[in-house]
Design a binder for this molecule. Structure first.
Ligand code: HAM
Length: 421
């Protein structure tokens, strides 16, 4: 028999890990609710053109990372590589704009990108993120960034992270800057990598993202976008910075920060951590004031971010998580076949009242079951054997102090309920 394995770049989240995920998810739900955000869940796959139209025909995601296929009705489908496009599609499709002037949405879920797997980079990974629609004002940008920061500080990560902030301006600013950057790069064209040569034609701002040492040194003297801001861009960016200062959020302005997705306008930001190694981006986001319209909706300003859950968990040490693994209240031992119906019925009644009860289903020896009860951290053991069956009672052992008593089977639920009060 061939032993089947998971696909490269995907991971099983085993119980040891899944309790950390749940803990993190609980914090996300709690903090998003504090800011008035509501959860949205969209399908795992969408029409391929949703992503090429939004993320960008020339982006890494669309050119080489999407898992796409043609289905039997000749529609091109793609496993979602990011969630902003899907949320905008849903926003438009369900006319969420009509429900209230601002829509605050958040999500948690898996995404798929065919990248080379390495530490902090998977082919199936998970993000939590928020998207908010309706306001083009700087206080909205601040709210989104403060929320991101609050979740990470709640996890104790604020000392390990660095927020980088930029504004890539509106279209007019960006096209003037694009020309200036091309003019600067033209004499160096022969020194650029093949990827950057291609980007020179398609999206020269992306060259600023390079990791190539030679290109980084060429770019040291490149023009900066802030010289091309309109008055409106400048004012918006200054307000965002003022509001972040007022919220005590530390940030570095990085005029070279551009993001790998095409839909951004004005504010862009990234939170990185040097403790993560080469995949150091924990979270990224920005404003995308034209995307709703680009995808067929009424013009609506919007801003959001997404964070990689695996990367957050990589950064968190056990002590930061303060997780206590769930342990059962009661371990039920029945070592008499005739007692099984009664044991099942009592265990069910206890569970209905909210107690966590684990019943043995292997009919092992008393010694093996007691060992198991101790191992999984049960507080009490209930024992139903031949003598208990005869007298309609049950033995209760407290594993914390080893005290043992007998109780009538009919009284057991009341007993635990009184104990709980
Ligand atoms: P992104 O920068 O492509 O932005 O991804 C956001 C985060 O997802 C990254 O900072 C990283 O933590 C995580 N991530 C990305 N790719 C991988 C991977 N292969 N393995 C593990 N983690 C990964 C977006 O996706 C935008 N939709 C963010 C956004 C929302 N902008 C506005 N709203």
């Amino acid at each position: 028999m061939i032993k089947l394995r998971n696909i490269k770049g995907t991971h099983d989240i085993l119980p040891e890990e899944s309790c950390k995920w749940r803990h993190l998810e609980d914090i996300i739900h709690k903090i998003c609710a504090q800011y008035g955000y509501q959860e949205i869940r969209t399908p795992i796959f969408e029409q391929s053109k949703l992503f090429s139209k939004s993320v960008g025909e020339d982006s890494d995601i669309v050119t080489k990372e999407m898992y796409s296929w043609e289905d039997r009705s000749n529609t091109f489908l793609t496993l979602r590589p990011e969630l902003t496009a899907s949320v905008v599609r849903a926003f438009n499709q369900h006319n969420l704009r009509n429900l209230s002037p601002t829509q605050r949405l958040y999500y948690i879920g898996p995404l798929f990108r065919r990248e080379k797997p390495q530490k902090g980079r998977q082919r199936q990974f998970h993000q939590f993120g928020i998207e908010t629609f309706g306001s083009n004002l700087a206080e909205q940008d601040a709210e989104v960034i403060v929320l991101a920061w609050q979740i990470l500080s709640h996890l104790g990560l604020d000392k390990k992270i660095n927020l980088q902030l930029n504004s890539i301006g509106t279209d007019v600013c960006r096209s003037a800057y694009r020309e200036a950057l091309k003019k600067f790069l033209k004499p160096h064209l022969h020194e650029l990598s093949e990827v950057s040569k291609r980007r020179f034609e398609t999206n020269p701002l992306r060259i600023l993202d390079t990791k190539n040492e030679k290109e980084i040194s060429i770019l040291k003297n490149a023009p900066l976008i802030n010289d091309y801001y309109s008055e409106e861009d400048k004012e918006h960016f200054n307000e965002v910075k003022t509001y972040l200062d007022a919220s005590n959020i530390p940030f570095n302005v990085n005029f070279r920060l551009v993001r790998g997705l095409d839909y951004y306008t004005k504010t862009v930001f990234e939170i990185t951590s040097s403790e993560l190694g080469s995949q150091d981006a924990l979270l990224g986001g920005g404003r995308y004031d034209s995307l709703v319209e680009q995808l067929g909706g009424k013009p609506t300003p919007a801003i959001g971010f997404a964070a990689g859950i695996e990367r957050i968990l990589l950064l968190l040490k056990e002590k930061d998580l303060k997780i206590s693994k769930p342990t059962p209240d009661i371990y039920f031992i029945c070592h008499e076949k005739a007692g099984i119906p009664a044991s099942l019925s009592i265990a069910k009644k206890l569970r209905v009242k909210g107690f966590k009860v684990v019943s043995d289903t292997l009919r092992r020896s008393m010694k093996a079951q007691m060992r198991d009860a101790n191992k999984i951290g049960a507080r009490f053991v209930l024992i139903l054997g031949a003598s208990e069956l005869q007298k309609n009672d049950i033995t209760l052992k407290n594993l914390r102090n080893s005290e043992q008593i007998k109780i009538k089977q009919n009284d057991i639920v009341d007993f635990f309920e009184t104990l709980n009060n």
